[in-house]
Structures are given as C-alpha cells and as structure tokens.
Design a protein around this ligand. Structure first.
Ligand SMILES: NC(=O)c1ccc[n+]([C@@H]2O[C@H](COP(=O)([O-])OP(=O)(O)OC[C@H]3O[C@@H](n4cnc5c(N)ncnc54)[C@H](O)[C@@H]3O)[C@@H](O)[C@H]2O)c1
Length: 250
C-alpha cells in the first residue's frame, strides 16, 4: 500500500519549486492533493500533470497572506474531498535584499505577511479540520534561515525563525490530539525563488556555503516532507528538520 493512500493533503505554493515537488510526491504516494497557489496558471499545470500520471488533484487559488483565503481553502478542500489529513504550509517569497537600517517597510510587511502570518493563518484553519478528520500531519516550510541569520534579509530571517517557534508551540497544543506539526529547513535549493533573482556568480557563491558542494534539488526536500506527512514519522512532532547539505553543521 502506498504511504498516503486515502489521505487528503493541501500544499500551498504548489505551482513551483519545492511545493510542486511535494505535490507530485504526495500524488505518487496515493494522496488526493489540493494544489494551491496564488498563480493559477502554474497551479493548474501541476494538477494537469498529476492527473495525466493517474493521480487525483485539483487546484484552489489562495493568497496565503489573507486569512479569508486560508479559511476558504480548507472549506473548499473539505467540500470536495470530505476531509483534511495533511497540510504543507510552503508558500513563501524571498523579499528585497537590504540592510536592516534601510529595509523597505513594504517588503518587511509583504514577507512577514506571506512567510509568517500565512503559516499562522494556515494552522488557524487547518487544525480544526484535522481534528474533525481524527488527526493528521502539518509541515511548515522554514529554512536554514530559521536557525541562523544572514545579512540583508531581516524580514525573511525573522519570518522563518517565527515559523520554527510557531511550529513548536502549536505542536505542543495538539500532540495529544493526534496532530503532528513539524518544520523543515532547506538549505539553498535550485528553484525559481533563487534562479529568478540571483546571477550565476551569486549562485556559485551559495554553492560554497554547502559542505556537500552543490545546491539542493526540490525533490530532496519533498522526500523529507513526504516522510513527515506519512505514518512512518508517527513519533515525530514539534521539531525542526534540516535538509541542507551540511550548512548548519559548520
Ligand atoms: N529555494 C530555496 O533555496 C529555499 C530555501 C529554504 C526555504 N525555502 C522555502 O521553501 C518555500 C518554497 O520556495 P521555492 O524555492 O519552492 O519557491 P518558488 O518561488 O519556486 O515557489 C513558491 C510558490 O509560492 C507561490 N506563492 C508566492 N506567494 C504566495 C502567496 N501569497 N500565496 C500563495 N502562494 C504564493 C508562488 O506563486 C510560487 O508558486 C518557501 O517558503 C521558501 O521560503 C526555499
């Protein structure tokens, strides 16, 4: 039997990069996948690919920085598939690069809105649905920058540290109600988030930060998320898992 057979999962930011790899992996393991993104075209393309490969998925547009969109996302998921067992709060952006003393206020608000408040709104509406379904697993996408700082990304670093803390607190609240909540911390991964904003030279500089000698692939993060989502991780809650090519070991 596949590891996510009969499970219903939401993946936010599933139109690209890590979220897309997670959506494909979940579908391949038998889950019914709600592919959610702010980008309708990309989200629908992911659904089409899953269905072409014999999987079960459908698209719901949601801007995770809006509480009401998170509420609707859960309501529509339950209306369509009858339950919710797994959610991956993955949608995120990088934001502007600037020193804290000059950081654009709009960029601070946007990054915190999507990368931190978006995860809270997700939990806020997913948890009641998971309780009704008899429990499940939530994975919040943090980063190595949820554990250590870096220059010129104050909003991103603050948001990702916030995601790690929020994950721990929520996990404690629901540990005895069959809901496991964990965060994942990728090192730098080759996705549009990096590739569309950095030069080849900057990408090469990032490679040097990883003892493993390369950047990660989205699928390498999806494998960890898949394990945390499945019953194989049945004793795992409230923790942070890095998949970072050795970045944090230095
Ligand atoms: N790529 C990396 O190096 C890296 C490293 C650590 C953590 N992460 C985290 O992984 C997650 C996914 O990143 P990625 O690299 O796959 O990025 P990506 O840009 O490839 O994909 C992100 C997706 O999120 C969607 N999105 C953006 N804002 C949204 C919103 N408000 N509501 C709903 N969807 C929205 C985008 O349309 C896009 O499809 C993010 O949380 C990111 O911070 C990425």
């Amino acid at each position: 039997m596949k590891s996510l057979e009969n499970k219903v999962a939401i993946v936010t930011g599933a139109g690209s990069g890590i979220g897309k790899a997670v959506a494909f992996s979940f579908a391949a393991e038998g889950a019914k996948v709600v592919v959610s993104d702010i980008n309708e075209e990309h989200g629908n393309a992911v659904v089409a690919e899953i269905v072409k490969n014999g999987g079960d998925a459908f698209f719901i547009k949601a801007d995770t920085s809006k509480a009401v969109d998170n509420d609707n996302l859960v309501k529509q998921t339950v209306a369509h598939y009858g339950a919710l067992h797994i959610s991956v709060n993955n949608a995120g952006i990088g934001g502007e690069a600037a020193p804290t003393g000059e950081y654009p206020i709009e960029s601070w608000e946007k990054v915190i809105g999507i990368n931190l408040s978006g995860v809270f709104y997700g939990l806020r509406y997913q948890i009641p649905a998971l309780l009704k379904s008899g429990g499940g697993s939530i994975i919040n996408m943090a980063s190595i920058l949820g554990q250590v700082g870096t220059k010129f990304s104050p909003a991103y670093v603050a948001a990702k540290h916030g995601v790690v803390g929020l994950t721990k607190s929520a996990a404690l609240e629901y540990a005895d109600q069959k809901i496991r909540i964990n965060s994942v911390g990728p090192g730098y991964i080759k996705t549009p988030l990096l590739e569309e904003h950095l030069s080849a030279e900057q990408m090469e500089g990032l490679v040097k930060l990883h003892p493993i000698g390369r950047l990660g692939e989205a699928q390498e993060i999806a494998e960890l998320v898949l394990w945390l989502a499945s019953d194989k991780a049945s004793f795992v809650t409230g923790t942070y898992y890095a998949a970072d090519g050795g970045y944090l070991a230095q």
